[in-house]
Design a protein around this ligand. Structure first.
Ligand code: ATP
Length: 436
């Protein structure tokens, strides 16, 4: 039987008042229906670690969908249920979400008799999880509020900062757990237990990852590359021999490490400046990780990960253009040729931010890096004052001159040939006169 102790004091000390109220309310719904209700998984793990995590996962010993519907009705929320899995998502009026799972395993011992719900079903449910640190459950019913259920030694592993599987076939059963083990280890500064690491190595020797579909592999990789500091996890992937499953030529060379470290620095810089500009961190790291791959190898890696075709051809085209650009810029800088702002603008215009950051991370040339940063911080925001309508009002006849003159006006802005609206208008008049 599991060790039981109450961590109600910890719950009260560490969680926000609103979360505690929510837990108490959920517990009372459980009381009313006579159903044991538990907070489980990452929420409990992070609570014990003192890490903020308000993603609440519940497991109901019994019919979780029935529970979810009752709770939502009482609180004015909505429920999306998946009867085949016995799971439901409750969306509360403030937009927050709760995941509810059921542990019910029903046995019809004889026809016509009420089903018996398996007694050890919570244990069953938790046994299906990936690591012991994710198997803890806290009861939230009123009479047992805060009681921890720990079937598999999760508390000790949290204390000893260890990632450990529950059984020897865990990675064979679900090879994506290899990635999850690394992600938790690196994020929480834990250590994968030696036996668990051996199980990873032997699963990889059995090539279990070859059986994992591209989309699942891709999802796991994105989760890793979206972690706060993914380099540690990528090093660990390299150390355990995971990279070749993405592409046989993929290695973590010192060059690649440098590009990833540089990516991290640039992403931090970028986020501080442009909090609201969306930038897909994983893409920057993915490009950096693949920096040694040739074009065709890069495409193969994307295909192995089942990235959508349109997306791949876009990223591929941009990556290609960025590399050609890098060469050109480096050549010109070496010959000490001055680059006008309008030329820098033309070099980078149309490239997504992720590619620009990759370019800056990848180059070893400080001057190139400065050009990218000039483009990101200033040039990409610059605009002309006059539009097509304004040119028409100034008397420009319809035709191809419109786009040429508008480009010329933007260039003049970029190169500080004009500074004010009035100066731009004067230049436009001259250009229109020339065109006429
Ligand atoms: P995160 O902070 O990354 O969200 P989490 O622990 O909440 O961490 P989720 O990916 O949201 O992780 O998964 C929720 C729970 O489901 C986990 O605690 C874990 O026990 C279980 N789980 C998720 N993926 C697997 C898997 N591949 N095999 C077994 N259990 C899993």
């Amino acid at each position: 039987s599991p060790k039981c102790r109450s961590i109600a004091a910890l719950v009260n000390r560490r969680l926000p008042a609103a979360t505690i109220r929510l837990l108490r309310d959920l517990g009372r719904t459980g009381d009313e229906l006579g159903l044991p209700v538990y907070a489980v998984g990452g929420f409990v793990r992070d609570l014990l670690l003192g890490v903020e995590n308000l993603d609440l996962d519940l497991t109901v010993e019994g019919d979780g969908i029935f529970f979810a519907e009752r709770f939502a009705r009482a609180k004015g929320g909505r429920v999306r249920s998946h009867p085949a899995f016995g799971t439901a998502v409750v969306v509360l009026s403030d937009g927050s979400k709760l995941d509810v799972a059921s542990t019910r395993l029903e046995y019809y011992e004889s026809p016509g008799v009420l089903p018996t719900v398996e007694r050890s079903s919570l244990r069953h449910d938790l046994y299906r999880r990936d690591f012991t640190i994710n198997t803890l459950a806290i009861c939230i019913n009123s009479d047992r509020f805060g009681m921890v259920t720990d079937f598999f030694g999760g508390q000790q592993d949290i204390q000893q900062r260890t990632v450990r599987v529950l059984h020897n076939l865990s990675f064979v059963e679900d090879p994506t757990r290899v990635f999850r083990a690394i992600r938790f280890e690196q994020r929480l500064a834990f250590r994968i237990a030696p036996h668990t690491e051996n199980l990873i190595r032997s699963a990889l020797r059995m090539k279990v990852l070859d059986r994992v579909g591209g989309i699942r592999l891709f999802n796991e990789l994105v989760l890793i590359l979206n972690e706060q500091e993914p380099l540690g996890a990528v090093r660990r992937m390299a150390m355990l021999g995971l990279l070749p499953f993405i592409h046989p030529q993929l290695r973590l060379s010192p060059e690649t490490e440098r590009a990833m470290t540089e990516s991290s620095r640039l992403l931090t810089w970028f986020r501080l400046l442009y909090l609201n500009d969306p930038c897909q961190q994983w893409q920057v790291y993915f490009l950096a990780l693949c920096e040694r791959l040739r074009d065709d190898e890069f495409q193969e890696a994307c295909r192995r990960l089942s990235m959508p075709g349109r997306f791949v051809s876009q990223v591929f085209a941009h990556r290609h253009r960025a590399l050609v650009m890098l060469e050109t810029l480096q050549r010109r800088l070496k010959r000490a040729q001055d680059l006008r702002n309008s030329e820098i603008y033309d070099s980078f215009h149309g490239l997504p931010l992720e590619i620009l950051l990759y370019l800056a991370a990848r180059t070893k040339n400080d001057q190139v890096r400065r050009l990218v940063s000039l483009y990101i911080t200033r040039l990409r925001h610059m605009r002309r004052e006059l539009d097509g309508n304004a040119l028409k009002e100034l008397g420009l006849a319809p035709g191809p001159n419109y786009s040429r003159i508008m480009k010329r006006l933007l260039d003049a802005r970029l190169d500080a040939e004009v500074g004010t609206a009035e100066e731009e208008r004067t230049l436009a008049r001259e250009l229109i006169a020339d065109a006429g």
